[in-house]
Design a binder for this molecule. Structure first.
Ligand code: NAD
Ligand code: DAU
Length: 363
């Protein structure tokens, strides 16, 4: 059970944030205040399972808006902040970096500023209990050669506008700890996959294109390597670090699951061949299409997760095979969720017309 009363979760309408909200509501007794501005990546329909729970609250707030964030803290009096709100997609950061600088850097700065003033005024017991947990990525460490793993001591070497903005935010969080003593935690995680992932990231793009008989775009030759973690394992790890991590520490989180992109796509195709025996698109691997590579495409990421395993006794519960089977099954069963994303209908939940920006970037 959580020892925390109220947790502000930023970005709780996103892919990982919604898994965190479901985990905290389902597995602990804490109250969650979901602070999310509902960009294209925010989808309240991902929270249908918990949105009626008496311990769930939603605040549509931009994390760059100091006054609005301060008002959320005044009204909800959080014991902790779990900060996930961000622009998260590397390709979008190459096309348009400015919103990444704004949200990931200025937004994190704003949250730190509000948190520090709030924390300064807390009574001693609440002050020592308070935590600011910043959720970050392994991409801050740059790209690995064929050998080696990212540890918590690997020097930062971000290569994309996205990873540079996340690295900047990590440095701000660390500085607020060193300078002001704010009790922070930082986690750097590898590639997540699972239910409710927006169909711009590799795995849902491939699943949904394959179901529709469309080309399966693989950048370059498909030999780039990513280290995959099932999203619910990440959500459980985040809550564990928040409640049991040592303030000021960084923890790397990963599944020890290295796969080339081509291997990932082939695994999805095999699962669809098995699960959709009547599909006219079998064998789905015949849809594979090699396309122009991503600019500055990092070759390999791989996380050494031994610190969180050793110090907090965490390890993932899903293998890649079990997690990918669950994920493909989820997209086959939850058509309504992703059809409303692809059509743009999910934006109607936030009072926007469905003619605005919809799910997929052109692939
Ligand atoms: P996502 O893009 O699915 O969701 C981001 C959420 O943040 C959305 O709900 C969006 O509406 C919200 N948001 C964006 N800008 C905001 C703003 N200015 N104010 C308030 N809310 C805003 O992202 P995700 O994949 O769930 O990633 C969540 C976090 O985890 C990010 O910080 C990301 O860098 C990090 N991360 C992601 C992965 C991954 O594989 N997806 C891996 C490691 C770390
Ligand atoms: O490593 C953690 C990071 O993982 C997170 O910090 C990011 O928020 C998250 O988006 C993810 O970044 P990637 O760039 O690794 O994820 P993406 O799904 O975009 O791409 C995974 C790999 O697949 C990458 O090597 C690019 C490739 N790719 C991607 C797409 C969308 C393709 O080959 N074809 C595609 O259509």
């Amino acid at each position: 059970m959580s020892t925390l009363g109220t947790i502000v979760v930023t970005g709780g309408a996103g892919f990982i944030g919604s898994a965190v909200v479901r985990h905290v509501i389902g597995a602990t007794d804490a109250t969650v205040v979901n602070v999310d501005s509902l960009t294209y990546a925010g989808n309240l329909e991902s929270l249908a399972d918990v949105s009626d729970d008496s311990r769930y609250r939603f605040e549509r707030v931009d994390i760059c808006d100091f006054e609005a964030v301060r008002d959320v803290f005044r009204r909800h009096r959080p014991d902790a902040v779990l900060h996930l709100a961000a622009e998260s997609h590397v390709d979008r950061s190459i096309d348009g970096p400015s919103v990444f600088v704004r949200t990931n850097i200025v937004g994190t700065y704003t949250l730190l500023d509000v948190s520090r003033a709030y924390w300064d005024d807390l009574e001693p017991a609440a002050r020592s209990r308070f935590r600011f947990h910043h959720v970050s990525t392994d991409e801050v460490y740059g790209s690995l050669p064929a050998e080696g793993l990212f540890t918590e001591d690997t020097p930062y070497h971000p290569n994309s506008p996205y990873s540079a903005s996340k690295a900047s935010s990590d440095h701000l969080v660390r500085a607020w700890h060193q300078t002001y003593g704010l009790p922070v935690l930082i986690t750097n995680c590898s590639n997540n996959y699972g239910p409710y992932q927006f169909p711009e990231k590799l795995i849902p793009v491939i699943i949904l294109n394959a179901i529709a008989g469309k080309p399966l775009p693989i950048y370059g030759t498909g030999d780039n390597v990513r280290d995959w973690l099932y999203v619910d394992d990440h959500a459980a790890a985040l809550h564990l670090v928040l409640t049991h991590g040592a303030a000021g520490e960084t923890y790397n989180i990963g599944g020890h699951v290295e796969r080339t992109n081509l291997d990932v796509v082939r695994s999805i195709c095999s699962l669809l061949d098995e699960l959709c025996p009547d599909s006219p698109f079998r064998p789905h691997a015949s849809l594979i299409s090699f396309v122009t590579d991503r600019l500055g495409h990092d070759k390999r990421y791989a996380i050494d997760a031994s610190k969180i395993q050793r110090e907090l006794d965490w390890k993932p519960s899903e293998t890649f095979e079990s997690g990918l089977r669950k994920t493909v099954g989820w997209y086959l069963n939850e058509r309504v969720w992703w059809e409303r994303v692809l059509s743009g209908a999910y934006r109607q939940m936030v009072g926007e017309s469905s003619n605005g920006e919809t799910g997929q970037r052109a692939v």
